[in-house]
Ligand binder design. Structure first.
Ligand code: UDP
Ligand code: MG
Length: 319
């Protein structure tokens, strides 16, 4: 019998976990032609979430959990899941029930047809603030223009991956992760399906604008070096302008003589160039920072506990 893993990273989700468990349980009970494993990754929750998960595990051994040593962020929590799920395929979903578990059988059907990566495309974005939706649209346009890898709009992390994709993702060990780009980058046979994204059942989104901005910078700097070219291009343009201006000043001085003036021009040019230099330095700094972090070569995360036992890794064929 084929084994299906469901991977759910969660962070302070005590309000939604009970209804999540209920819906998952009725799903896996009604699809007993597969063996199921629900892998819950506790990303350092500070509320009662882990307790609820442990109770669930006592009632139903198909529910497993990994307790990370602290909050590492969703991207890293997902990596911990990739490393430890044991299924022949894996469905990734959010804990907040924005991804309806009821469409999983539909995804499995496509998987049986031979697709490796079945990704969900939102028909709607649910109830989201207007500004956030607009910013997100703008960001994807920008990303699309600057990267070689096409990153799909309205496609989140809700997807089914074959074992071959899971192994590919596990082999990518960078610690500052932008998983959304990785899904595209690894390739394999992809298939889209659409679903209606529900609203968050309870609790609040864990993404503040600052966190989203960080993720956005992550996305750009991990998939393209074109911002570095901005500095080069700007340098060229500015030098060219400066050269033309120099000619103008020289000719003017020779033709009509030069009364002392020009303090405003000098100030403007100096400030402008200072700004351009700072910007370029900042861009370079982003990349140097990434190099710094990757060369430390640390493990991306630490596990405190797996299914009640203190240790670092899941071994195959155990439950
Ligand atoms: N999440 C996580 N670690 C974090 C932040 C979020 O594991 O540091 C989980 C969260 O519990 C949820 C999923 O990632 O299961 C998506 O988070 P959220 O619903 O807050 O994001 P949104 O749907 O608003 O993009
Ligand atoms: Mg959500």
């Amino acid at each position: 019998m084929k084994k299906v893993s469901i991977l759910i990273p969660f962070y302070n989700e005590q309000e939604v976990l009970p209804s999540l468990f209920e819906r998952l349980q009725s799903l896996i009970d009604s699809n007993d032609n597969y063996q199921w494993e629900v892998m819950l990754i506790n990303d350092g929750s500070t509320d009662n979430s882990l307790c609820l998960v442990k109770q669930m595990r006592l009632r139903d051994k198909r529910f497993r959990y990994i307790d990370l040593s602290r909050n590492f962020g969703k991207e890293t929590a997902m990596l911990a899941g990739f490393d430890n799920v044991t299924g022949d395929c894996m469905v990734i979903m959010d804990a907040d029930l924005q991804h309806p578990p009821e469409v999983i059988p539909q995804m499995l059907k496509l998987w049986e047809e031979g697709y490796d990566d079945i990704y969900g495309k939102r028909n709607n974005r649910g109830k989201e603030p207007w500004l956030r939706r607009k910013l997100s649209l703008l960001y994807y346009k920008l990303l699309q223009k600057t990267t070689n890898v096409s990153i799909l709009q309205n496609v989140g992390d809700f997807r089914l991956l074959d074992r071959i994709c899971i192994d590919a993702l596990c082999s990518m060990r960078e610690s500052q992760r932008y998983t959304k780009g990785m899904f595209q980058w690894i390739g394999f046979k992809k298939k889209e399906f659409t679903f209606d994204q529900d609203d968050r059942v309870a609790g609040n989104t864990k993404w503040s604008y600052i966190k989203l901005l960080n993720l956005a910078i992550e996305g750009i700097t991990s998939y393209t070096t074109s911002p570095l070219k901005i500095a080069t291009v700007m340098g060229l343009i500015v030098s060219l302008c400066a050269f033309i201006y120099m000619l103008f000043v020289l000719i003017k001085a020779m033709a009509v003589g030069d009364p002392v003036a020009g303090y405003p021009t000098i100030m403007v040019v100096m400030l402008f160039l200072g700004g351009v230099q700072l910007l370029s330095l900042g861009i370079i700094g982003e990349y140097v920072g990434r190099i710094f972090n990757e060369t430390k070569n640390r493990p991306a995360y630490f596990i405190r506990e797996i299914d009640g036992k203190k240790r670092q890794k899941v071994y195959k064929d155990e439950n």
